[in-house]
Ligand binder design. Structure first.
Ligand code: ZN
Length: 161
């Protein structure tokens, strides 16, 4: 346990008082990712605001995600298909490449970004926790975790709900 909390569930990993720097870095990276993928401004704002609010335990703003679940689920990669459809419309309206710039590709890349950062938070937590007893994860464990993340990333486009 990083902060000495009695229970460390999945939510706590993200909201832990010791993960403040990770949250800041994650939100900056998420916004940069969405900007790089030329995300429609209203979608980008709704996503970044709601992820920030969820991480800080604040009230959510109404959005497409309400159709399928919570923002906790969004961060895990269960993303409402309406986001994908809206982004698809946006790309078509701006005459983007119909092969590379599709709503589906946008969603797959977003899920990849979310997983990468979740995975990083877990690694950071393990490093900090194991530092205390001098028992860091082995290089092999590290490699296995990375290869699992990559495999999940490749399947991401099939996970759109
Ligand atoms: Zn904690």
């Amino acid at each position: 346990m990083l902060c000495g909390a009695e229970e460390e569930d999945y939510e706590h990993l993200f909201r832990c008082s010791k993960q403040k720097q990770w949250r800041t870095d994650f939100l900056i990276a998420l916004e940069a990712h969405l900007t790089k993928r030329e995300t429609a401004a209203d979608l980008r704002l709704a996503i970044v605001t709601n992820v920030r609010h969820w991480l800080n335990g604040r009230e959510q703003v109404a959005s497409y995600q309400d159709e399928v679940g919570t923002w906790h689920e969004f961060i895990k990669g269960f993303i409402c298909s309406s986001w994908s459809e809206q982004q698809e419309n946006y790309y078509r309206m701006h005459e983007k490449d119909p092969i590379q710039d599709t709503g589906e590709m946008w969603t797959a890349a977003l899920i990849g970004c979310l997983w990468q950062w979740s995975h990083q938070s877990w690694n950071k937590r393990n490093e900090e926790t194991h530092k205390a007893d001098g028992n860091r994860g082995s290089a092999r464990e590290q490699l296995e975790a990375e290869s699992r993340t990559r495999a999940l990333y490749e399947q991401a486009s099939h996970l759109i709900v």
